[in-house]
Design a binder for this molecule. Structure first.
Ligand code: FE2
Ligand code: FE2
Length: 310
């Protein structure tokens, strides 16, 4: 049993057996990542095809009633500021576009597929979702302000970047609880606590899931490299840097806790450095104004989190 004491290797005393078991379990986790839901596979396939039109997307979505409901809720949310309410999926697709609607469905579907069963112990999913939505919303704002990264991918990259945490928590809840505890008690970056206690971290697990599910490469890279932006392939680095910076900003704005909140100096983060390299406009951005301006997005974040988890 975990006593709260830490051994010289930095592992909580009593955790060795659990960790040994977990190493075996991790292999199982990777092999048993649930298959991608058929509707998501169809959507990804359609989104990848340049000839896909609104009717094709609307037809795929209409086959899944809960997904259709979500599309209408999201399209009518304050986030999109549409002048008139939309009542049908066709209308939503025509207002927001094929890519935007398609990716809303893909993101919702991915989380639904990994949703824990009722009564299962989990970490604070509401906080998790708030952080994910905040990262997506903020990433979109940075993208707009600096004209960096792929606009169609940025929001969904932010939304899905920490998907590996859901998997780790779902398949190894007891061990992940200890990761959280160590993160809070030692003010250690979560990724460091994961590596120390589990031997793997949520970015690599998340990247693996996205790859297995054949998500677009930019989304795979956001998930895999958001904590190591400079290791990211050049092609997707601007998109990954925007999402990584949004991840830091979301935590600065208190949407989520990564273990090192008090120590974040935005301009000294790897994400900011890489972003400045790919966009000269980033280095001259007024960081203080950027953080203050984000206050206006708080309501959007809370509303979107409610819709997606509702
Ligand atoms: Fe992360
Ligand atoms: Fe994050």
């Amino acid at each position: 049993m975990f006593t709260g004491e830490i051994d010289p290797a930095g592992i909580p005393i009593g955790m060795v057996t659990v960790i040994t078991d977990f190493a075996k379990k991790l292999e199982t986790v990777i092999n048993f990542i649930p298959p991608i839901p058929v509707v998501i596979m169809e959507l990804l396939h359609a989104l990848d095809d340049e000839n896909t039109n609104m009717n094709t997307i609307a037809r795929i979505i209409a086959k899944d009633p809960p997904m259709s409901m979500n599309v209408l809720k999201v399209a009518n949310s304050a986030f999109y500021r549409l002048a008139n309410k939309v009542a049908t999926v066709d209308h939503a697709v025509s207002m927001l576009g094929v890519k935007e609607i398609g990716m809303i469905c893909v993101s919702c579907g991915a989380y639904q597929a990994l949703k824990p069963p009722a009564n299962a112990g989990t970490f604070d999913l509401q906080e998790f979702w708030k952080h994910s939505v905040a990262t997506g919303v903020i990433a979109k704002k940075i993208c707009r302000e600096l004209a960096v990264g792929d606009r169609n991918t940025i929001y969904f990259g932010g939304l899905l970047h920490d998907i590996g945490k859901i998997v780790l928590d779902r398949f190894a809840h007891e061990v992940y609880r200890i990761v959280m505890q160590v993160t809070h008690e030692e003010c250690l970056p979560m990724i460091e606590a994961e590596k120390r206690i589990i031997g793997e971290s949520h970015d690599s697990i998340g990247g693996l899931i996205m790859e297995r599910w054949r998500f677009p490469v930019a989304l795979v890279d956001v998930t895999r490299y958001h904590h190591s932006v400079s290791r990211c392939p050049e092609l997707t680095r601007p998109t990954v840097a925007v999402c990584a910076l949004a991840d830091e900003l979301a935590r600065i704005r208190c949407f989520g806790f990564g273990g090192d909140k008090s120590g974040i100096v935005l301009t000294e983060t790897e994400a900011f450095r890489v972003l400045s390299e790919v966009s000269p406009a980033a280095s001259s951005v007024d960081v203080f104004r950027l953080i203050c301006d984000l206050e206006a997005a708080d309501d959007e974040i809370v509303e979107m989190e409610r819709i997606l988890t509702g």
